[in-house]
Ligand binder design. Structure first.
Ligand code: GLP
Length: 255
């Protein structure tokens, strides 16, 4: 596991975008796994900038998002569909048919989850999966207690996550109680993971995930199983780590 600590959120975001851009340049048909939440917003801004200023081409890129709320139509401003189009897709040249986001309003949710797994497989698997982390250590919407081998499925959101995400809604009552999320097993099959964290309120979850035991109580700790993980964070998120880490990923040093 490669752990990189940057001074600021902007530097963290630039590095994450650079890693993803490099993968797309090497493999124009890259399959990229994307995340929502406030953490990756800077990365998306930077990817948009690289697309506009440096011509990064998304025309063959395929994307799979981690999760979606159950019951919010795609045009609802709080849906992850809306979030992704607003904050990334509409600013780049990705082909809409290549965008995949779990369907939280499917008539047959369970079947839609199974099909999501099949679609990922049909595209040859995910080359790089971007991840954030919840304050309770969740990844995607895999809340504490989620099986480490789980696949795309319907989950109940914890009160803590609903409260954390209430800031995006008018009131907590509007935050959906259920979601569809890639499972931890699905996430671990991506060829590379890039986990991002910023801010002091993530410091405890990051310490537990990276330095603690692998446990269902901290779903993000499952990344310790993965052979190719880059964790990029700002100083505040890293403030509770006990070991010494780097400021640059080693493959960039080798260039
Ligand atoms: C949400 C998302 C996660 C995200 C996490 C952290 O619930 N489902 O994918 O990583 O919460 O969100 P934020 O980046 O806003 O702190």
């Amino acid at each position: 596991m490669e752990i990189v600590i940057k001074e600021t959120y902007e530097e963290m975001s630039q590095l994450a975008a650079q890693l993803i851009a490099e993968i797309i340049r090497r493999k124009p048909r890259a399959v990229i796994g994307l995340a929502t939440g406030s953490t990756p917003l800077g990365t998306y801004r930077e990817l948009i900038r690289i697309h506009k200023d440096e011509g990064l081409d998304f025309s063959q890129v395929v994307s799979f998002n981690l999760d979606e709320y159950v019951g919010l139509p795609n045009d609802n401003e709080q849906s992850y569909h809306y979030f992704m189009w607003e904050n990334l897709f509409k600013h780049i040249n990705i082909v809409p048919a290549n965008v995949h986001i779990p369907d939280g309003v499917a008539a047959e949710l369970k079947e839609a989850c199974d099909n999501y797994e099949i679609e990922i497989d049909d595209h040859g698997g995910i080359d790089v999966q971007l991840l954030g982390i919840g304050r309770n250590g969740h990844i995607a919407f895999n809340e504490p207690g989620s099986s480490l081998g789980s696949r795309t499925k319907i989950k109940t959101l914890t009160e803590k996550t609903r409260q954390d995400n209430a800031r995006f809604f008018d009131s907590i009552d509007e935050v959906p109680k259920y979601c569809v999320t890639m499972g931890i097993g699905t996430i671990l099959e991506a060829r590379k993971l890039v986990l991002l964290a910023n801010g002091e309120n993530k410091a405890e979850a990051i310490q537990a995930a990276l330095e603690g035991p692998i446990t269902v109580s901290v779903p993000a700790s499952a990344v310790q199983f993965h052979p190719d993980v880059t964790v990029i964070m700002d100083k505040a998120a890293a403030s509770k780590l006990t070991r010494q880490y780097h400021t640059e990923p080693s493959h960039l040093n080798r260039q």
